[in-house]
Design a protein around this ligand. Structure first.
Ligand code: NAD
Length: 512
């Protein structure tokens, strides 16, 4: 994927350090338009020295930013919010051009990002500490939350606007400075985001971007001046980030992959469950960490449910993301498309039934403006029935437009399946039975639960995070837990002594 051949000067997606663009690099990687397969730019891949320069700039910016008043930080966040709103269309088109998702889906990504900025703009309230007067005679105690220093964010390809904005607003609202390492697959939107932050009045050096691959990531994980790392990506890399970062004394939250189950009980509203399975299974071509990957059909609903899903899947319009008639775009790379197709083949070979074979579907819709999309990384949706837990398609995170249906006899069987899965990001249940839904809420081993809601991504004033192999660390991301993650607490005990009553006392201080 990467090249040691220097890219042409035009079309380089570079770093932004201290407000300055940096386009020089020793290595570059290709950036594709997944709808055509063409290389549209080259991304600079940072060296250790590039990362060190960005961290040094962020460290130098820290004292000034940490002492910037809360009302000024809020002003900047409000201005940034306005700019994000007014540039929503531009951001969405840029996301679509490098990621491939349809523009309306990318607009949704920006909407969810806005919620995180809104939450962070409440920082004067969120940073309030406790105060206890007279804990002993003449002694008061109060608590303050102070920023950590330089925080780093390492983000995946699938939400190139939203996931960086899961991290940056709360990190900087708390007074930290930031180094973002975006995905090298769709790096351009990060440059637009830092441009808008600068336009909003954020001082140079507070948020920096280094483009790159594992060289940049590993340097951030080892760098002595990086205090904390937020990571979102696949589970093997999340585990590596958590283990390496914590070994180097950092605070780390590392969100990993997922295998989200949607349990459909026999009493569920059939059409609503089928609509939800299709929307959450194939939206963004299944490249969402909260995508539904497995439908668990309980009891006699199985045949009717599979049929209802099949008719919907066969009607889906697959095409370029910038065509308003497309419902689903291409996958991120040709390699990933081939890997997903191989999972479909494995399901067939291991004994599952292929109800809809996306590899054999009709060609995709042509490009909206007559562009040739025959070289695009498209794969039509597949539906696989009678999947068993030992099948490869069930065991692996597919991260593509493939929905597996596992049939079970009882609610208990369904719950066991969810809980035995090594991932625990989201889990959903469709039912009209309040008692069953409540039991699912209490007993399902996952961080985010949907009741008749297939993709239960928490709103910006709650926090987002999975359990088990879907998150390493003890903090969820954005929302209240991000304030905790981005600050450290200091407790101050104070007395204003009266010289007349002051004495020497070598005993351990007791509160009286
Ligand atoms: P990825 O793990 O390949 O890459 C994520 C980041 O890590 C990128 O910035 C990449 O440059 C870097 N990276 C990749 N390999 C590395 C290595 N060996 N060492 C160090 N750094 C490395 O993930 P992706 O393919 O970009 O994104 C898809 C994955 O992210 C899926 O598994 C998906 O479930 C997951 N994801 C999870 C969440 C969540 O909230 N839990 C959200 C979005 C995506």
């Amino acid at each position: 994927m990467t090249s040691t051949v220097p890219a042409p000067p035009a079309g380089v997606v570079g770093h932004v350090v201290g407000g300055r663009p940096v386009r020089e690099a020793e290595r570059f990687g290709p950036v594709h338009d997944p709808a055509t397969g063409h290389v549209t730019a080259h991304v600079a891949l940072a060296s250790v020295d590039d990362v060190d320069r960005a961290v040094a700039v962020a460290l130098a910016a820290f004292p000034g930013w940490a002492s910037t008043g809360l009302s000024r930080r809020v002003e900047i966040l409000f201005a940034f919010h306005e700019l994000l709103r007014s540039h929503r269309d531009e951001i969405a088109h840029l996301v679509s051009a490098e990621h491939g998702k349809v523009v309306s889906d990318a607009e949704g990504e920006v909407s969810r990002a806005l919620e995180n900025v809104e939450f962070a703009a409440g920082i004067p309230h969120l940073l309030k500490g406790g105060f206890s007067q007279q804990v002993a005679t003449g002694v008061d105690v109060h608590e303050v939350k102070q920023p950590l220093g330089v925080m780093a964010g390492i983000t995946p390809f699938n939400f190139p606007a939203m996931v960086p904005l899961w991290m940056i607003p709360t990190a900087i609202a708390c007074g930290n400075t930031f180094v973002l390492k975006p995905s090298e697959r769709d790096p351009s939107v990060s440059l637009l985001l830092v441009r808008l932050l600068a336009q909003a009045g954020l001082p140079d050096g507070v948020v920096n971007v280094v483009q790159g691959d594992r060289v940049a990531v590993d340097r951030l994980l080892e760098h002595p001046d990086v205090a904390a790392v937020s990571f979102v990506g696949s589970t093997p890399v999340a585990r590596h980030v958590y283990e390496t970062g914590t070994r180097h004394g950092k605070r780390v939250q590392a969100l990993g992959g997922a295998k989200n189950h949607l349990v459909v009980l026999p009493d569920a509203e059939l059409d609503a469950a089928a609509d939800a399975a299709v929307s959450a299974g194939y939206g963004s071509a299944g490249e969402r960490c909260m995508a539904i990957s497995v439908v668990v059909a309980v009891g006699e609903i199985g045949d009717r449910l599979v049929e209802a899903i099949r008719t919907r899947v066969e009607g889906l319009v697959v095409g370029p993301g910038n065509d308003p008639t497309s419902q689903m775009g291409p996958l991120i790379t040709a390699e990933h498309r081939d890997r997903v197709a191989a999972r479909v083949q494995s399901a067939l070979e291991e004994g599952a039934s292929l109800v809809v074979d996306g590899r054999a579907g009709p060609p995709v819709a042509p490009g909206a403006d007559g562009v040739d999309v025959s070289g695009g990384f498209f794969l039509r949706p597949s539906l696989v029935d009678h999947v068993l837990p030992e099948h490869t398609v069930y065991r692996e995170e597919v991260f593509g437009p493939v929905l597996s249906v596992v049939r079970v006899r009882t609610f208990d069987d369904a719950l066991r399946l969810v809980n035995e899965n090594p991932y625990g990001n989201g889990a959903a249940i469709f039912t009209r039975d309040g008692g069953a839904a409540r039991r699912f809420e209490v007993e399902a081993q996952a961080g985010m639960i949907g009741i008749n809601v297939p993709i239960p991504v928490p709103v910006g004033y709650y926090s987002f995070g999975g359990w088990k192999g879907s998150l390493f660390g003890d903090s969820h991301i954005y929302g209240p837990e991000a304030i905790h993650f981005s600050t450290r607490t200091k407790v101050v005990t104070s007395r204003w002594p009266d010289p007349a009553t002051s004495t020497i006392d070598l005993g351990f201080p007791r509160n009286r």
